[in-house]
Design a protein around this ligand. Structure first.
Ligand code: MG
Length: 257
């Protein structure tokens, strides 16, 4: 694995891209409501990306389903990640997970959040808050010199104690000049992680992105070759931030700071 550590200057450049990511995601979060389509969200993301002088990262990414057609990934309810924006109308109670990344001045930022459209039942709200909290644990518990497995153990324990499951097939990643760099950043402890653990070194920049399901952790890819859904059809939530390990702790680069 060739992990590229970033200088303080590079981290600031990633933060600038991260500010665009934060603005786009908050704008889309305000728009999420019954009656809006995921295509409407995508069009607004495209417009804002251009206005802010950034380059959207997801459009054209090659995959089994052909080049990804959207500026954002929009995944509803049992869709976990990589949902394709379309004329699908968001309904009352839907969970809408939006993932967005862009490049600015050569550096990338990537983040995701799950929004609730209208009213939904308390168990679904619990799923969303537990997933958000899982990402906060990553931010609070990580520090230079620690191993990722020690952090992820606490993240996983927290959501599993709430009765939810952590998706295995899709994981976070290093980020910098490229959206996907080494290392792969799992959200669960495995023998593989313990064998190839990640040392949280100063200058390491990661996109940490837990995906949590209400039922089983098993997922499958739909016929479009992109959309990942839970195998049991139960809802799923997704939160992501790009974050840097610094001497002063973790610095979140996609929260608009
Ligand atoms: Mg990501």
């Amino acid at each position: 694995m060739a992990i590229k550590l970033k200088s303080p200057r590079e981290i600031e450049l990633i933060r600038q891209a991260g500010r665009v990511v934060s603005r786009v995601l908050s704008r889309l979060g305000e728009m999420v409501a019954p009656g809006v389509t995921t295509g409407d969200l995508d069009a607004e993301a495209e417009r804002l990306t251009q206005q802010l002088g950034a380059e959207a990262l997801f459009k054209g990414v090659p995959g089994r389903g052909g080049p990804f057609p959207g500026t954002i990934c929009a995944s509803i309810n049992e869709q976990v990640v990589h949902g394709i924006p379309s004329d699908r109308i968001i309904r009352d109670g839907d969970l809408v997970s939006i993932d967005y990344g862009c490049r600015l001045e050569g550096y990338c930022g990537d983040a995701a959040a799950t929004f609730i459209a209208g009213r939904t039942d308390p168990q679904v709200r619990r799923l969303v808050s537990a997933t958000r909290r899982m990402l906060e644990i990553a931010i609070e518990e990580s520090a230079a010199g620690m191993m990722w497995s020690a952090v992820v153990r606490q993240m996983q324990k927290y959501v599993e104690n709430q009765g939810f499951s952590v998706v295995r097939e899709f994981v976070g990643h290093g980020i910098g000049r490229q959206m996907h760099e080494d290392p792969k950043v799992p959200n669960f402890v495995s023998r593989d992680l313990l064998k190839r653990d990640i040392l949280l070194e100063e200058g390491l920049v990661l996109a940490v992105e837990p995906m949590v399901t209400m039922g089983s952790h098993e997922v499958l890819v739909e016929e479009d070759g992109w959309t990942v859904v839970t195998k049991d059809g139960k809802p799923s939530a997704h939160f992501e931030h790009t974050m840097a390990v610094t001497a002063d702790g973790i610095s979140v680069l996609t929260n608009g700071s």
